[in-house]
Design a protein around this ligand. Sequence first.
Ligand SMILES: [Cu+2]
Length: 142
Amino acid sequence: MIRLSPLAFALAALAAAPAAAKEYVVHMKNSGAAGMMAFEPMVVNAKPGDTVRFVPTDASHNAETIPAIWPAGAPPIKGAINKEVTLSVTKAGIYGIKCQPHYAMGMVALVIAGNANRAAAQAATLPPLAAKRLKPALAAIR
Ligand SMILES: [Cu+2]
């Protein structure tokens, strides 16, 4: 007869449990690592079930969906200026987020939770400064 220790039972239970959902925080800033007008961090690697909070650390920013970079069937987000908005990662795929007032200045972010919409995301037409910041991250998605 095989007897399992309590520790073995505990480890087996841990292995069977789904990974805990995580909450990420992205700051909306006038100046960040990427330069002027930036989401920080600019890229979040997440999984379905996670949430990403976009926090108005500095004034006059918002966070909303870039329609060309959004998983099919995932509800879009549109935060008001100076308001926090939370993205619930419901579908696997790539989520593009922009600050509407500073989109042309390259204020964009990515939440990468899979590659389901990779071709569309990589082909998306973006304002030049937004493309400059996002294209390297998009090109790295396999
Ligand atoms: Cu902004």
